[in-house]
Design a protein. Structure first.
Length: 581
């Protein structure tokens, strides 16, 4: 039922390595475990799982929950990776939900599926309660007539999520560099948010030596990036890496119907609908796909994703969808200027390039607010991170970490970090979470044993020689200061719009958010200088043909679904504007 890994070597006897420099026989096959005390159901599971996954995973089927737990404990001790645990809900010795909860304690990153029988209505209520508090990831009916593709579609989704989390699969980017180096961390975060699998080998390691020798690069090189089979990039900039990946192949000459500034949910929504409806569409993004949403480890309340979806996955899917419709993308360059015109507008990029377009969608989103504490600023990237920094989660394994913030992003970050960290503490300035965080997240956090909440508290300082070692927090009620050992601090305390580059013709409110539509009217009259007979449209700014969508817009709803909706609505309004409406 379970097959051991075999060693792979070349005809010369040397270990076979792929382009990442990792010997093939060092990649351990992960375990797929199923538990059911019904002999017939277990036999069917055994056949379905081993036939479909036996070549790539160690498939184990067990009739005893206690025996399965002993196996899981043994695998934890030996470092054997576990990708998926499936457990029948109704078992005599132990409920499947209890088994999956204990499996999570032993293997926090393993995916967990609850097996139910078709037509078993008695499972519904306890299953929903257990899923609400995070005891398992999703349910799936037990396989029936082979091949049960409905069953396998869920299993394959579980395995794909696990593989991506652990960097399994095709790896287009490999870095040789110190994992703690700020530049390596920046690239790693960028690749993670753009859905690009990557691997890092420290200088001096055997894998790094193989790569550098193969590329005829000096073994003294401290930072090199290998993109596919291209020549090594030595000490590259982010733009160099982007160019090597070919993401900036879009020609900027000529005239566009719409240029979307920002590739967050609003910008990607505009790109999909703009390109699919025949508009010549260009998206310019300064960093990564997905904006703030791209840093979320799991979005559970987005329509159509019952098991949840990571922000980076959602963004990559939207990018691919827009690209297939014909949208063009240009990454790693800021838009630094906008020169509005009567029926044409010009955008200026940070590299000096200029773009001409008939309309603009400003979907610049917002950037995380900083604490403005010098001792923490000095440790940014070295234990102190703004945003969820999903790529940093494995680095906090076994540590005590803190999340500053009380919104949904902070809650999602805490739940993700809890899979790795020994203890996660959420620091909240207010008296409780209910006013700033969704109830489903509060419920899951309350049921996660290694997450704690501290309210009425704020971070005032950080300490450490080369990376964060301690935090000082202040009780906002008593004023008392307290020093806390800390392996990392993730700061998610709100955001401010990226609109400082806009010209004065585009009106913003006191906080920099773009004012649109009815909010521009004064006693029903358009703003001063408005040149058209019609009033500004719903998402239109104070300049005709320039629209705003998503978090950068005044009075927008700060949710992913609403941002996507605004992006699509902006395209409808653009059609009307271009038609002379």
């Amino acid at each position: 039922m379970a097959r051991g890994a075999t060693s792979t070597s070349s005809s010369s006897g040397e270990p076979v390595t792929d382009h990442t420099g990792v010997p093939a026989d060092q990649v351990r096959r992960a375990v797929l475990l199923a538990v059911d005390d019904d002999p017939d159901a277990l036999a069917t599971l055994d056949v379905e799982l081993d036939k479909r996954y036996g070549q790539d995973y160690e498939v184990w089927c067990d009739a005893s929950p206690s025996s399965a737990l002993r196996r899981l404990a043994s695998w934890r001790g030996s470092g054997q990776p576990v990708a998926l645990v499936l457990a029948s809900h109704w078992m005599v010795e132990m409920l499947g939900t209890d088994l999956l909860r204990r499996a999570h304690e032993l293997h926090p990153t393993a995916k967990r599926g609850l097996l139910i029988s078709w037509g078993d209505r008695s499972s519904a209520e306890p299953m929903l309660q257990a899923m609400a508090v995070g005891q398992f990831d999703y349910y799936l009916p037990k396989p029936s007539s082979p091949p049960d593709e409905g069953f396998h579609s869920i299993v394959e989704g579980f395995l794909a999520d696990w593989a991506k989390l652990h960097g399994r699969g095709f790896t287009p980017i490999v870095m040789v560099g110190d994992p703690s180096d700020v530049r390596v961390r920046e690239l790693r975060d960028l690749f993670t948010r753009n859905g690009l699998l990557h691997r890092i080998h420290p200088p001096g390691s055997a894998e790094a030596g193989v790569l550098l020798e193969r590329a005829a690069v000096s073994p003294d090189s401290r930072f090199a990036v290998f993109v596919l089979d291209e020549p090594a990039l030595i000490d590259p900039s982010i733009v160099d890496v982007a160019n090597a990946l070919g993401v900036n192949a879009a020609a900027l000459e000529g005239e566009f119907d719409v240029v979307v500034v920002g590739a967050g949910p609003a910008g990607l929504g505009a790109a999909v609908y703009g390109a699919s409806e025949g508009l010549r569409t260009l998206v310019v993004e300064r960093e990564a796909l997905g904006g703030q949403a791209g840093t979320s480890s799991l979005i559970r309340n987005f329509l159509g994703f019952p098991t949840g979806v990571s922000g980076s996955d959602l963004a990559v899917r939207a990018y691919e969808q827009a690209w297939l419709f014909g949208a063009k993308f240009h990454f790693m360059h800021d838009v630094t200027g906008l020169r509005p015109g009567k029926d044409r507008h010009r955008l200026v990029l940070s590299n000096g390039a200029e773009i001409t377009t008939r309309t603009v969608v400003l979907a610049t989103g917002a950037t995380y607010r900083t604490l403005g504490i010098p001792t923490l600023d000095a440790l940014t990237g070295a234990g102190v991170f703004y945003g969820a920094a999903v790529a940093e989660a494995p680095a906090v394994t076994g540590k005590r970490v803190f999340v500053a913030g009380g919104g949904n992003s902070a809650g999602q970050a805490a739940l993700h970090l809890a899979k790795y960290a020994r203890q996660v503490t959420v620091l909240v300035r207010g008296p409780h979470l209910a006013q700033s965080m969704s109830e489903y997240l509060i419920t899951q956090i309350s049921a996660t044993p290694n997450i704690g909440i501290r309210t009425e508290v704020e971070v005032v300082s950080g300490h450490g020689d080369e990376r964060l070692e301690r935090l000082t927090v202040r009780d906002r009620l008593t004023g008392q200061h307290e020093a806390l050992d800390a392996g990392a601090l993730f700061i998610l305390i709100g955001a401010q719009p990226r609109t400082g580059w806009l010209p004065p013709q585009v009106r913003t409110d006191d906080w920099g958010y773009i004012v649109t539509g009815l909010d521009l009217l004064d006693d029903g009259r358009p703003p001063d200088g408005w040149p058209l007979a019609r009033p500004p449209m719903l998402l239109e700014s104070s300049v005709p043909g320039i629209f705003a969508a998503g978090d950068a817009r005044h009075r927008s709803v700060k949710r992913v679904a609403s941002a996507v909706g605004e992006g699509s609505i902006a395209i409808t309004l653009i059609h009307e504007h271009l038609a002379g409406g």
